[in-house]
Design a protein around this ligand. Structure first.
Ligand SMILES: Cc1cc2nc3c(=O)[nH]c(=O)nc-3n(C[C@H](O)[C@H](O)[C@H](O)COP(=O)(O)OP(=O)(O)OC[C@H]3O[C@@H](n4cnc5c(N)ncnc54)[C@H](O)[C@@H]3O)c2cc1C
Length: 370
Protein backbone atom coordinates (compact mmCIF):
# COMPACT_ATOMS: atom_id res chain seq x y z
CA UNK A 1 0.00 0.00 0.00
CA UNK A 2 1.36 3.46 -0.88
CA UNK A 3 1.84 6.08 1.88
CA UNK A 4 -1.12 7.98 0.44
CA UNK A 5 -3.44 4.96 0.56
CA UNK A 6 -2.17 4.07 4.03
CA UNK A 7 -3.01 7.55 5.33
CA UNK A 8 -6.38 7.46 3.62
CA UNK A 9 -7.24 4.11 5.17
CA UNK A 10 -6.13 5.32 8.59
CA UNK A 11 -8.43 8.35 8.20
CA UNK A 12 -11.30 6.07 7.19
CA UNK A 13 -10.86 3.94 10.33
CA UNK A 14 -10.46 6.87 12.71
CA UNK A 15 -13.49 8.68 11.27
CA UNK A 16 -15.54 5.52 11.76
CA UNK A 17 -14.37 5.31 15.37
CA UNK A 18 -15.00 8.99 16.02
CA UNK A 19 -18.63 8.68 14.88
CA UNK A 20 -19.51 5.25 16.23
CA UNK A 21 -17.33 4.24 19.17
CA UNK A 22 -15.47 7.16 20.80
CA UNK A 23 -18.55 8.84 22.32
CA UNK A 24 -19.60 5.59 24.00
CA UNK A 25 -16.25 3.92 24.83
CA UNK A 26 -16.18 4.97 28.50
CA UNK A 27 -19.80 3.94 28.98
CA UNK A 28 -19.06 0.48 27.55
CA UNK A 29 -16.04 0.16 29.83
CA UNK A 30 -18.06 1.13 32.91
CA UNK A 31 -20.96 -1.14 32.04
CA UNK A 32 -18.68 -4.01 31.01
CA UNK A 33 -20.54 -4.59 27.76
CA UNK A 34 -21.54 -3.05 24.43
CA UNK A 35 -24.55 -3.36 22.15
CA UNK A 36 -24.87 -5.86 19.35
CA UNK A 37 -25.61 -2.87 17.10
CA UNK A 38 -21.94 -1.87 17.38
CA UNK A 39 -20.90 -5.25 16.01
CA UNK A 40 -23.08 -4.76 12.93
CA UNK A 41 -21.59 -1.30 12.37
CA UNK A 42 -18.06 -2.71 12.62
CA UNK A 43 -19.06 -5.34 10.11
CA UNK A 44 -20.60 -2.85 7.68
CA UNK A 45 -17.37 -0.86 7.71
CA UNK A 46 -15.52 -4.02 6.61
CA UNK A 47 -13.49 -4.53 9.79
CA UNK A 48 -15.06 -7.73 11.07
CA UNK A 49 -14.39 -9.60 7.85
CA UNK A 50 -10.89 -8.14 7.51
CA UNK A 51 -9.16 -11.50 7.13
CA UNK A 52 -12.00 -13.23 5.26
CA UNK A 53 -11.89 -13.44 1.43
CA UNK A 54 -14.61 -11.64 -0.53
CA UNK A 55 -15.90 -14.99 -1.80
CA UNK A 56 -17.01 -15.73 1.75
CA UNK A 57 -18.46 -12.29 2.44
CA UNK A 58 -15.32 -10.71 3.90
CA UNK A 59 -13.36 -7.61 2.95
CA UNK A 60 -10.05 -9.39 2.34
CA UNK A 61 -7.83 -6.60 3.63
CA UNK A 62 -4.07 -6.68 3.42
CA UNK A 63 -1.84 -7.09 6.46
CA UNK A 64 -1.06 -3.39 6.75
CA UNK A 65 -4.74 -2.45 6.66
CA UNK A 66 -5.44 -5.02 9.39
CA UNK A 67 -2.62 -3.50 11.42
CA UNK A 68 -4.01 0.00 10.95
CA UNK A 69 -7.45 -1.12 12.15
CA UNK A 70 -6.03 -2.58 15.35
CA UNK A 71 -3.83 0.45 15.99
CA UNK A 72 -6.73 2.86 15.58
CA UNK A 73 -9.24 0.77 17.55
CA UNK A 74 -6.80 0.43 20.49
CA UNK A 75 -6.62 4.21 20.77
CA UNK A 76 -10.36 4.31 21.35
CA UNK A 77 -11.44 0.99 22.85
CA UNK A 78 -9.31 -2.09 23.31
CA UNK A 79 -12.42 -3.91 24.48
CA UNK A 80 -14.24 -3.40 21.19
CA UNK A 81 -10.99 -4.09 19.37
CA UNK A 82 -10.81 -7.50 21.01
CA UNK A 83 -13.83 -8.76 19.08
CA UNK A 84 -11.81 -8.23 15.91
CA UNK A 85 -9.11 -10.51 17.29
CA UNK A 86 -11.38 -13.19 18.76
CA UNK A 87 -13.75 -13.47 15.79
CA UNK A 88 -10.77 -13.01 13.45
CA UNK A 89 -8.97 -15.95 15.06
CA UNK A 90 -11.99 -18.20 14.62
CA UNK A 91 -12.41 -17.06 11.01
CA UNK A 92 -8.75 -17.72 10.30
CA UNK A 93 -8.98 -21.20 11.79
CA UNK A 94 -11.98 -22.06 9.63
CA UNK A 95 -10.44 -20.56 6.50
CA UNK A 96 -7.14 -22.35 6.93
CA UNK A 97 -8.11 -25.64 8.54
CA UNK A 98 -11.82 -26.04 7.78
CA UNK A 99 -13.44 -27.78 4.82
CA UNK A 100 -15.46 -25.98 2.15
CA UNK A 101 -18.77 -26.78 3.84
CA UNK A 102 -17.57 -25.23 7.11
CA UNK A 103 -16.20 -22.17 5.30
CA UNK A 104 -19.48 -21.60 3.43
CA UNK A 105 -21.49 -22.08 6.61
CA UNK A 106 -19.51 -19.90 9.03
CA UNK A 107 -17.35 -17.33 7.29
CA UNK A 108 -20.15 -15.14 5.87
CA UNK A 109 -21.82 -15.12 9.27
CA UNK A 110 -18.59 -14.18 11.06
CA UNK A 111 -18.00 -11.37 8.55
CA UNK A 112 -21.53 -10.00 8.91
CA UNK A 113 -21.55 -10.07 12.71
CA UNK A 114 -24.51 -12.43 12.72
CA UNK A 115 -22.13 -14.80 14.45
CA UNK A 116 -19.50 -13.79 17.04
CA UNK A 117 -16.56 -16.15 17.40
CA UNK A 118 -14.58 -16.88 20.57
CA UNK A 119 -11.32 -18.76 21.07
CA UNK A 120 -11.50 -21.17 24.01
CA UNK A 121 -8.14 -22.68 24.84
CA UNK A 122 -7.16 -21.64 28.39
CA UNK A 123 -8.23 -23.69 31.41
CA UNK A 124 -7.60 -23.58 35.14
CA UNK A 125 -4.45 -25.70 34.77
CA UNK A 126 -3.53 -24.66 31.24
CA UNK A 127 -2.40 -21.08 30.67
CA UNK A 128 1.07 -20.72 29.16
CA UNK A 129 1.25 -24.51 29.24
CA UNK A 130 -1.52 -25.07 26.72
CA UNK A 131 -0.52 -28.71 26.36
CA UNK A 132 -1.95 -29.34 29.81
CA UNK A 133 -5.59 -28.92 28.78
CA UNK A 134 -7.88 -31.38 30.54
CA UNK A 135 -11.02 -30.94 28.46
CA UNK A 136 -11.98 -34.24 26.96
CA UNK A 137 -13.75 -35.27 23.77
CA UNK A 138 -15.01 -38.82 23.36
CA UNK A 139 -16.05 -40.09 19.96
CA UNK A 140 -19.42 -41.84 19.67
CA UNK A 141 -20.64 -42.92 16.22
CA UNK A 142 -20.90 -39.70 14.18
CA UNK A 143 -20.43 -37.22 16.99
CA UNK A 144 -18.22 -36.31 19.96
CA UNK A 145 -19.14 -35.73 23.61
CA UNK A 146 -17.24 -32.84 25.19
CA UNK A 147 -16.73 -32.39 28.92
CA UNK A 148 -14.63 -29.81 30.74
CA UNK A 149 -14.13 -26.12 31.53
CA UNK A 150 -12.58 -23.18 29.73
CA UNK A 151 -11.44 -19.90 31.30
CA UNK A 152 -10.92 -16.30 30.22
CA UNK A 153 -12.77 -16.60 26.93
CA UNK A 154 -12.86 -13.15 25.31
CA UNK A 155 -16.37 -12.40 23.96
CA UNK A 156 -17.42 -15.66 25.61
CA UNK A 157 -20.55 -13.98 27.03
CA UNK A 158 -21.97 -13.17 23.61
CA UNK A 159 -20.27 -15.66 21.29
CA UNK A 160 -22.37 -17.81 18.99
CA UNK A 161 -19.48 -20.03 17.96
CA UNK A 162 -16.70 -21.29 20.22
CA UNK A 163 -13.46 -22.67 18.88
CA UNK A 164 -12.79 -25.22 21.59
CA UNK A 165 -9.68 -27.32 22.14
CA UNK A 166 -10.00 -30.73 23.76
CA UNK A 167 -8.08 -33.97 24.07
CA UNK A 168 -9.49 -36.83 22.06
CA UNK A 169 -7.76 -40.16 22.65
CA UNK A 170 -4.83 -38.08 23.89
CA UNK A 171 -4.77 -36.01 20.66
CA UNK A 172 -5.33 -32.25 20.86
CA UNK A 173 -8.31 -31.49 18.65
CA UNK A 174 -10.18 -28.34 17.64
CA UNK A 175 -13.99 -28.25 17.60
CA UNK A 176 -16.49 -25.67 16.45
CA UNK A 177 -19.13 -25.60 19.15
CA UNK A 178 -22.30 -23.61 18.55
CA UNK A 179 -23.87 -21.88 21.51
CA UNK A 180 -26.36 -24.28 23.05
CA UNK A 181 -27.81 -25.44 26.31
CA UNK A 182 -24.91 -27.71 27.23
CA UNK A 183 -22.49 -24.75 27.33
CA UNK A 184 -22.81 -22.96 30.64
CA UNK A 185 -21.59 -19.35 30.34
CA UNK A 186 -20.40 -17.55 33.47
CA UNK A 187 -19.49 -13.88 33.25
CA UNK A 188 -15.97 -12.92 34.41
CA UNK A 189 -16.03 -9.58 36.25
CA UNK A 190 -13.43 -7.46 38.03
CA UNK A 191 -10.89 -7.18 35.24
CA UNK A 192 -7.87 -4.86 35.33
CA UNK A 193 -8.72 -3.64 31.84
CA UNK A 194 -10.60 -4.64 28.66
CA UNK A 195 -13.63 -4.51 30.92
CA UNK A 196 -16.09 -4.59 28.05
CA UNK A 197 -14.48 -7.54 26.29
CA UNK A 198 -17.21 -9.71 27.75
CA UNK A 199 -14.97 -12.44 29.09
CA UNK A 200 -16.60 -15.65 30.26
CA UNK A 201 -15.71 -18.94 31.84
CA UNK A 202 -17.40 -21.86 30.13
CA UNK A 203 -18.50 -25.29 31.34
CA UNK A 204 -19.27 -28.02 28.86
CA UNK A 205 -21.36 -30.84 30.18
CA UNK A 206 -21.92 -33.85 27.94
CA UNK A 207 -21.92 -31.49 25.02
CA UNK A 208 -22.77 -33.33 21.79
CA UNK A 209 -20.81 -32.02 18.81
CA UNK A 210 -21.26 -33.43 15.33
CA UNK A 211 -18.14 -34.90 13.68
CA UNK A 212 -18.79 -32.32 10.95
CA UNK A 213 -17.68 -29.69 13.46
CA UNK A 214 -14.16 -30.96 13.93
CA UNK A 215 -11.61 -28.54 12.46
CA UNK A 216 -8.89 -30.26 10.47
CA UNK A 217 -8.23 -33.73 11.82
CA UNK A 218 -7.94 -35.23 15.30
CA UNK A 219 -4.52 -34.23 16.62
CA UNK A 220 -4.24 -30.99 14.63
CA UNK A 221 -5.67 -28.88 17.45
CA UNK A 222 -2.67 -27.27 19.10
CA UNK A 223 0.20 -27.54 16.66
CA UNK A 224 -1.76 -26.29 13.66
CA UNK A 225 -5.11 -24.72 14.52
CA UNK A 226 -4.35 -22.97 17.83
CA UNK A 227 -0.83 -21.95 16.73
CA UNK A 228 -2.07 -20.19 13.61
CA UNK A 229 -4.84 -18.43 15.56
CA UNK A 230 -2.41 -17.22 18.22
CA UNK A 231 0.01 -16.04 15.55
CA UNK A 232 -2.78 -13.85 14.13
CA UNK A 233 -3.74 -12.73 17.64
CA UNK A 234 -0.15 -11.69 18.39
CA UNK A 235 0.02 -9.69 15.17
CA UNK A 236 -3.13 -7.76 16.07
CA UNK A 237 -1.94 -7.16 19.65
CA UNK A 238 1.41 -5.83 18.42
CA UNK A 239 -0.48 -3.15 16.46
CA UNK A 240 -2.89 -2.50 19.32
CA UNK A 241 0.06 -1.75 21.61
CA UNK A 242 1.44 0.59 18.96
CA UNK A 243 -1.92 2.40 19.05
CA UNK A 244 -1.62 2.81 22.82
CA UNK A 245 1.94 4.12 22.56
CA UNK A 246 1.12 6.57 19.78
CA UNK A 247 -1.93 7.86 21.63
CA UNK A 248 0.17 8.43 24.78
CA UNK A 249 2.75 10.34 22.73
CA UNK A 250 0.06 12.52 21.14
CA UNK A 251 -1.58 13.35 24.47
CA UNK A 252 1.71 14.04 26.26
CA UNK A 253 3.25 16.19 23.51
CA UNK A 254 0.19 18.40 23.63
CA UNK A 255 0.05 18.49 27.44
CA UNK A 256 3.69 19.43 28.09
CA UNK A 257 3.40 22.51 25.90
CA UNK A 258 0.44 23.82 27.88
CA UNK A 259 1.12 22.82 31.48
CA UNK A 260 3.47 25.22 33.28
CA UNK A 261 5.36 24.59 36.52
CA UNK A 262 8.23 26.59 38.06
CA UNK A 263 7.57 29.39 35.57
CA UNK A 264 8.11 27.26 32.44
CA UNK A 265 6.17 24.88 30.23
CA UNK A 266 6.85 21.27 31.20
CA UNK A 267 8.52 20.68 27.83
CA UNK A 268 11.27 23.07 28.84
CA UNK A 269 12.28 20.87 31.78
CA UNK A 270 15.03 18.50 30.72
CA UNK A 271 13.78 15.47 32.64
CA UNK A 272 10.45 15.80 30.84
CA UNK A 273 12.29 16.16 27.53
CA UNK A 274 14.04 12.89 28.27
CA UNK A 275 10.77 11.03 28.83
CA UNK A 276 9.16 12.58 25.76
CA UNK A 277 12.16 11.71 23.59
CA UNK A 278 12.18 8.09 24.76
CA UNK A 279 8.44 7.78 24.15
CA UNK A 280 8.65 9.17 20.62
CA UNK A 281 11.71 7.21 19.54
CA UNK A 282 10.41 3.98 21.01
CA UNK A 283 7.00 4.40 19.33
CA UNK A 284 8.65 5.13 15.99
CA UNK A 285 10.84 2.05 16.34
CA UNK A 286 7.82 -0.14 17.10
CA UNK A 287 6.02 1.31 14.09
CA UNK A 288 8.90 0.37 11.81
CA UNK A 289 8.93 -3.12 13.29
CA UNK A 290 5.17 -3.58 12.83
CA UNK A 291 5.33 -2.28 9.27
CA UNK A 292 8.09 -4.74 8.49
CA UNK A 293 6.14 -7.64 9.96
CA UNK A 294 3.11 -6.61 7.90
CA UNK A 295 5.28 -6.81 4.77
CA UNK A 296 6.75 -10.20 5.77
CA UNK A 297 3.28 -11.61 6.45
CA UNK A 298 1.87 -10.18 3.25
CA UNK A 299 4.66 -11.93 1.31
CA UNK A 300 4.17 -15.16 3.26
CA UNK A 301 7.81 -15.15 4.45
CA UNK A 302 8.73 -17.97 6.86
CA UNK A 303 10.48 -15.53 9.22
CA UNK A 304 7.18 -13.67 9.68
CA UNK A 305 6.28 -16.08 12.48
CA UNK A 306 9.20 -15.31 14.78
CA UNK A 307 9.11 -11.66 13.72
CA UNK A 308 5.46 -11.53 14.82
CA UNK A 309 6.49 -12.88 18.23
CA UNK A 310 9.21 -10.21 18.36
CA UNK A 311 6.83 -7.42 17.30
CA UNK A 312 4.29 -8.32 19.98
CA UNK A 313 7.05 -8.57 22.59
CA UNK A 314 8.64 -5.26 21.66
CA UNK A 315 5.36 -3.43 21.24
CA UNK A 316 3.76 -4.61 24.48
CA UNK A 317 6.91 -3.85 26.50
CA UNK A 318 7.11 -0.40 24.92
CA UNK A 319 3.42 0.32 25.57
CA UNK A 320 3.87 -0.52 29.26
CA UNK A 321 6.82 1.81 29.67
CA UNK A 322 5.22 4.55 27.60
CA UNK A 323 1.84 4.43 29.34
CA UNK A 324 3.59 4.50 32.72
CA UNK A 325 5.70 7.54 31.72
CA UNK A 326 2.64 9.21 30.23
CA UNK A 327 0.95 9.07 33.64
CA UNK A 328 4.15 10.43 35.20
CA UNK A 329 4.12 13.37 32.79
CA UNK A 330 0.48 14.20 33.43
CA UNK A 331 0.88 13.82 37.19
CA UNK A 332 -2.44 13.75 39.03
CA UNK A 333 -4.27 14.50 35.77
CA UNK A 334 -2.99 11.15 34.48
CA UNK A 335 -4.41 9.31 37.47
CA UNK A 336 -8.06 9.92 36.64
CA UNK A 337 -10.25 8.93 33.74
CA UNK A 338 -10.40 12.45 32.26
CA UNK A 339 -7.68 11.18 29.91
CA UNK A 340 -7.62 7.66 28.45
CA UNK A 341 -4.04 7.23 29.70
CA UNK A 342 -5.03 5.51 32.94
CA UNK A 343 -6.97 3.01 30.81
CA UNK A 344 -4.02 2.51 28.45
CA UNK A 345 -1.82 1.84 31.48
CA UNK A 346 -4.15 -0.94 32.67
CA UNK A 347 -4.59 -2.41 29.20
CA UNK A 348 -0.88 -2.41 28.35
CA UNK A 349 -0.25 -4.78 31.27
CA UNK A 350 -2.83 -7.23 29.93
CA UNK A 351 -1.11 -7.18 26.54
CA UNK A 352 2.01 -8.55 28.22
CA UNK A 353 -0.04 -11.56 29.29
CA UNK A 354 -2.42 -12.49 26.47
CA UNK A 355 -1.40 -14.27 23.25
CA UNK A 356 1.65 -15.56 25.16
CA UNK A 357 3.23 -13.83 28.17
CA UNK A 358 6.42 -11.78 27.80
CA UNK A 359 8.35 -14.61 29.47
CA UNK A 360 7.04 -17.13 26.94
CA UNK A 361 8.08 -14.71 24.18
CA UNK A 362 11.59 -14.57 25.64
CA UNK A 363 11.78 -18.37 25.65
CA UNK A 364 10.46 -18.73 22.08
CA UNK A 365 12.44 -15.88 20.52
CA UNK A 366 15.73 -16.94 22.13
CA UNK A 367 14.95 -20.55 21.22
CA UNK A 368 14.44 -19.66 17.57
CA UNK A 369 18.05 -18.42 17.40
CA UNK A 370 19.63 -21.37 19.21
C1 LIG B 1 -8.06 -10.13 29.38
C2 LIG B 1 -7.74 -11.55 29.04
C3 LIG B 1 -8.30 -12.13 27.92
C4 LIG B 1 -8.05 -13.47 27.61
N1 LIG B 1 -8.68 -14.05 26.54
C5 LIG B 1 -8.49 -15.36 26.28
C6 LIG B 1 -9.22 -16.02 25.24
O1 LIG B 1 -10.01 -15.40 24.51
N2 LIG B 1 -9.04 -17.34 25.06
C7 LIG B 1 -8.17 -18.08 25.84
O2 LIG B 1 -8.03 -19.28 25.62
N3 LIG B 1 -7.45 -17.47 26.83
C8 LIG B 1 -7.60 -16.15 27.07
N4 LIG B 1 -6.90 -15.55 28.09
C9 LIG B 1 -5.99 -16.35 28.88
C10 LIG B 1 -4.54 -16.11 28.47
O3 LIG B 1 -4.29 -16.77 27.27
C11 LIG B 1 -3.62 -16.60 29.59
O4 LIG B 1 -3.80 -15.68 30.66
C12 LIG B 1 -2.16 -16.66 29.18
O5 LIG B 1 -1.95 -17.70 28.28
C13 LIG B 1 -1.24 -16.85 30.38
O6 LIG B 1 -1.66 -17.92 31.16
P1 LIG B 1 -1.93 -17.73 32.73
O7 LIG B 1 -2.64 -16.46 32.93
O8 LIG B 1 -2.56 -18.97 33.21
O9 LIG B 1 -0.49 -17.55 33.37
P2 LIG B 1 0.54 -18.72 33.75
O10 LIG B 1 0.79 -19.58 32.57
O11 LIG B 1 0.11 -19.36 35.02
O12 LIG B 1 1.85 -17.86 34.04
C14 LIG B 1 2.02 -17.10 35.24
C15 LIG B 1 3.39 -16.45 35.17
O13 LIG B 1 4.41 -17.46 35.07
C16 LIG B 1 5.19 -17.23 33.92
N5 LIG B 1 5.60 -18.50 33.34
C17 LIG B 1 4.81 -19.55 32.98
N6 LIG B 1 5.56 -20.55 32.46
C18 LIG B 1 6.85 -20.09 32.48
C19 LIG B 1 8.09 -20.64 32.07
N7 LIG B 1 8.18 -21.85 31.49
N8 LIG B 1 9.22 -19.91 32.24
C20 LIG B 1 9.14 -18.67 32.79
N9 LIG B 1 8.00 -18.09 33.20
C21 LIG B 1 6.87 -18.80 33.05
C22 LIG B 1 4.31 -16.43 32.98
O14 LIG B 1 5.08 -15.68 32.04
C23 LIG B 1 3.57 -15.55 33.95
O15 LIG B 1 4.37 -14.46 34.29
C24 LIG B 1 -7.15 -14.21 28.41
C25 LIG B 1 -6.54 -13.61 29.52
C26 LIG B 1 -6.83 -12.30 29.84
C27 LIG B 1 -6.17 -11.68 31.05
Amino acid sequence: MSDYNQNQYQRYVSEFLESNITPYANKFEKEGSFDREIIYKISEAGFLGANIPEDYGGSNLDMLQIGIIHEQFARVSSSIRSILTSSGMVALAILRWGNEKQRRKWLPRLASGECVGAFALAEQEAGSDAGNIQMEAVREKNHYILNGQKKWVTMGQIADLYLVFAKCNGNYTAFLVEKNKCVLVEKQDGLLGLRASMIANLSFENCKVSDGNILGVEGAGLEYVASSCLDYGRYTVAWACLGISQACVDICVNYVKKRRQFGAALIEHQLIQQMITRMIVSTNAVRLYCNNVARLRENGEAESIVETWSAKYLSSKAANEIASNAIQILGAEGCCDKHPIERYFREAKIFEIIEGTSQLHEIIIAGSYS
